[in-house]
Structure formats: structure tokens, C-alpha cells
Design a protein around this ligand. Sequence first.
Ligand SMILES: [Zn+2]
Length: 342
Amino acid sequence: MKALILKGPHEPFIFEDVPDPIPQNGEAVAKILACGSGLTIQHVKAGRTKVHFPIIIGHEITAEIIELRGDCGELKVGMPVTAYFYFTCGHCKWCKINRETLCNNFKGYIGRQINGGYAEYISLPAKNFIPIPTSINYKENPIETGIISDAIATPLKVIKKARIVITDKVGVIGAGGGLGIHMLRMLNLYNVKTIAIETKQIKEKSCRDSGASEFINPNSNSIKEVIEDFTNKSGLDVVIDFVSSKSSLETGTELLGSGGRLVTLGGSGDFFNIDSGNMLLKEIEIIGSRYCSKQEVIDSLNLVSRGLITPLVTEKVSPYQANDLHERIEKGNVIGRAGIIF
Ligand SMILES: [Zn+2]
């Protein structure tokens, strides 16, 4: 098969012939139609996420099952599928309560420990494949369908984890990015008022089109006044931080009002300061949120299949354009999501 191979950090993709994947017992092989391209996988290319090279990255796939080996549960040849990004055990205390991102026997990620979706074929444990509902036209929209498994499902989890309700006013930091845009769309679906907090002015229109009622640059001198106007001086109920740098986390916590929740999803590893007195007085909560559960991927597929939320893909390229695309992702120049059609 042909695949986009990464031979080391900071190296370009090389689109070359490699052996077809051979499934182990309990694994299935699928033919990839498309794979989403976001910052999570760019972190591998840029060397910020450590993996053993060479590797094929990518996990937001739309694919069709072509081969099964041993017991593959409900999967059948010809079935359209997407994938669950994490390799989890399915039987520990966390897996049992749909919190499998905390799996005690966690074995890694598609596109890091096992080759991913930037290829013509992929072999995965059968339980990592999730059937695509028949009402989704995946053949016509393969990238839009593939990104549901992360770009839509991760925001769905945030809504629940931060206990967001219709009366909340929510700020989204990094609102114009792949997850940010879909966070705005998910909040819009729940009829929650949002303000997009985004450094790139060019992304304002997409943020507003995705449901944001306000747009502000976090470096603007007027950010505090804008938030005061937006919240009638009560402060934000929730800040969702997809950037998670020291400064974005500190800005985010300062903008919270009483009962405020800050959700951090970016894994910068930065330390940040928070006033513990203010934290006590306002009963502020700091919440980490990683990816989503398998059930949230299934629920997100159902939301899309019912037309309640639409994925936003602004760039669709061939494998030969993958290096250019990843340069734009690195610079933060992609609005919403991008992806590669195989
Ligand atoms: Zn587990």
C-alpha cells in the first residue's frame, strides 16, 4: 500500500510503498477513504509528542472494513467505520464507567504506538472500529465524517464534564482551531451563549458563523471590559481553553465569575498561577479533559446523522499536499479542520 511515512521528528512526510498491514487475531483491516488532520497529530510531526519512528500518523478516519481475523464482534466486511483514538482495556474500573481515557491498562494511541490513518489501509483491534450510521453520507463527505470521532466528540464530552447549562456564558480560548470551532458549534446546539477568544482575526467570521455571539483577541487591552459587557459584570461561567499556555490559563481563570469552571484540553505542560483566595471565594473549579469515551463518539455520530451539528472542514487535500497542509496547521492558519483524501 501507499502511506505517508514520518521517519523522524521535523521530517517531511514521504508518500511511498510499504507492506500492507497484516491483522492479528481479533483485528480488522479497513481501506481508508480519508483522515482528518489536526494539531494533535502535528505534535508528533513536530517532535513535541514522542513516538518511535518511522510511523504513520492520523486517527480521525473514515474507512471500510475489508478483512477480519478471528472474533471481530459486530464488524462485517464492507461496513463503513471510524475509529476510537485510544487503546484501552475495556474491563478496568475506568473503562467500566465510560471513562476509558483514564484506563488503568492504557496501551497508547492510533498513529503513535500503532500505525494510523495516513495510508491506504489500517489494521486495528476490532473494538477500536466504530460503525458509521447508514444515514451519514460518508462517501460524499469522508473527511467531515472522519473528524466526528475527535473534533465533535471531544467538545461533547466538555459540555458534560463542565456541567454546562443553557444559562451559562462560556468563553472558548483558541476558538478558531479544529476543536474550538466544533466546541462553538456544540455549545450553539445546546443554545449556550459563547464568546470566541482567538488571536487570529481572520477566524472571526467562522467563529461567528459557528455560533459565537462575540469575538475578542485575548491580547486586546479591552478583553476585561468586553467580558464584563458580555456577562453583565458577573464573569464567565465556563472557560474552555484549547491553547492551555501559561498566559491563556491565567487569562481564562481571571475571566471566571462565581461558580466558574476552567476546562483545560491543551497539553502544553505549562505551570500557571491562580489566586487561591479568589478560587475559594468564587468556588472556582479547574478541570482537565482528555479526548472522550467511545460512547461519546457514538453519540456524536448520531448527532451528525440527525443533522443537529455539522463538521466544518475547510481544506481537503491529496497525500501529495500533506507537507504543505501540516505547515499551515503548525502556524495555526487552518480554520476548523482539514483532512487528506486517500
Ligand atoms: Zn481500562
